[in-house]
Design a protein around this ligand. Structure first.
Ligand code: NAP
Length: 283
């Protein structure tokens, strides 16, 4: 494993290089271009759904930027797992709500090769609350991370992928949620509203750049077994919800990542501006 220098801002990055640089070929869109592989950025790639996406994209041959907010050990573990499997990844610290951090994340990607994929995955939930209990601080933070962060990352991706800007196309996949349809009453209407915004970003931006080689889609996960429920103060939520899910079980991060990979790859070449539910029939 090789350690690259610090990013221009406060960023932090750690790289795992494949021993056979240039000869590795993935099965999907991350083919080798000369000696540079295509690059995928996964925001919040250190844990949960983002982690699963990072590992699968690396297996497809992409060089993956594994962005994280605070948990460097988790991000390093993802990079190490990718390296062990013969892939290439770099961990980059950055809060997507901060424009300077977003610039640093994309600058790190620029050093690695042409950006072809953005997974707009980083997202947070706050503690269970009714709207009449929510503080301005809470609302500002969740909108900043889940909406503004996703918009900033999508903007930077379009600047690199769009044929209008000299790019050769690419795919953006946004993380919506069943909450955008169900509203998350008495739990987190703020969170649900941010995911509604992701739906609109997907439809609007998808149409905006459809003629410029960039496809924009979203997945709408239901109850997925990750740590987000515990961090929102709802331990055991996944198990408690099983009876309310038509398929009578939660989903896994891998099951969501598989649909995300489809939306990044050539099999979905005529799919844009749409949202695919991965929710066991719940929405
Ligand atoms: P998770 O397990 O809690 O992981 C969240 C990831 O996002 C971590 O890698 C975390 O980094 C990163 N992150 C958090 N805030 C960030 C920020 N400001 N800037 C950059 N990275 C940040 O979450 P998950 O369940 O995998 O959820 C991933 C996405 O799917 C989210 O957008 C979520 O809303 C959506 N989703 C999840 C479910 C579900 O049931 N799990 C359902 C519907 C939608 P650190 O490791 O450094 O903290």
């Amino acid at each position: 494993m090789d350690v690259m220098g610090l990013l221009p801002s406060e960023g932090w990055e750690k790289v795992a290089d494949r021993p056979d640089e240039g000869s590795f070929r993935g099965r999907g869109d991350g083919q080798v271009e000369g000696f540079m592989t295509n690059v995928a950025i996964v925001t919040g790639g250190s844990r949960g759904i983002g982690r699963a996406c990072a590992i699968k994209l690396a297996a497809e041959g992409y060089t993956v930027v594994v962005n994280f907010a605070a948990n460097a050990a988790a991000a390093e573990a993802v990079v190490a797992e990718i390296a062990k499997a013969g892939g290439k990844a770099v961990a980059v610290k950055g809060d997507v709500a901060r424009e300077a951090d977003v610039a640093a994340i994309f600058a790190a990607a620029d050093k690695l090769g042409p950006l072809k994929v953005l997974i707009n995955n980083a997202g947070i939930m706050d503690k269970v609350a009714r709207l009449d209990e929510m503080t301005l601080e809470r609302l500002t933070r969740i909108f900043a991370v889940n909406i503004t962060g996703s918009f900033l990352c999508a903007r930077e991706a379009v600047k690199r992928m769009s044929t209008k800007h000299g790019g050769t196309g690419g795919a953006i996949v946004n993380l919506s949620s069943a909450a955008s349809v169900l509203g998350a009453p008495a739990m987190g209407v703020d969170y649900a509203a941010t995911k509604g915004a992701m739906d609109v970003l997907t439809i609007g931006l998808g149409r905006e750049v459809a003629g410029e080689g960039v496809r924009v889609n979203a997945v709408r996960p239901g109850i997925i077994d990750t740590e987000i429920h515990d961090s929102a103060g709802m331990p055991g939520r996944v198990q408690k919800m099983r009876e309310q899910i038509p398929m009578k079980r939660e989903g896994s991060a891998d099951e969501v990542a598989d649909v995300i990979l489809y939306l990044c790859g050539p099999q979905s070449s005529y799919v844009t501006g749409t949202i695919v539910a991965v929710a066991g029939g719940r929405c």
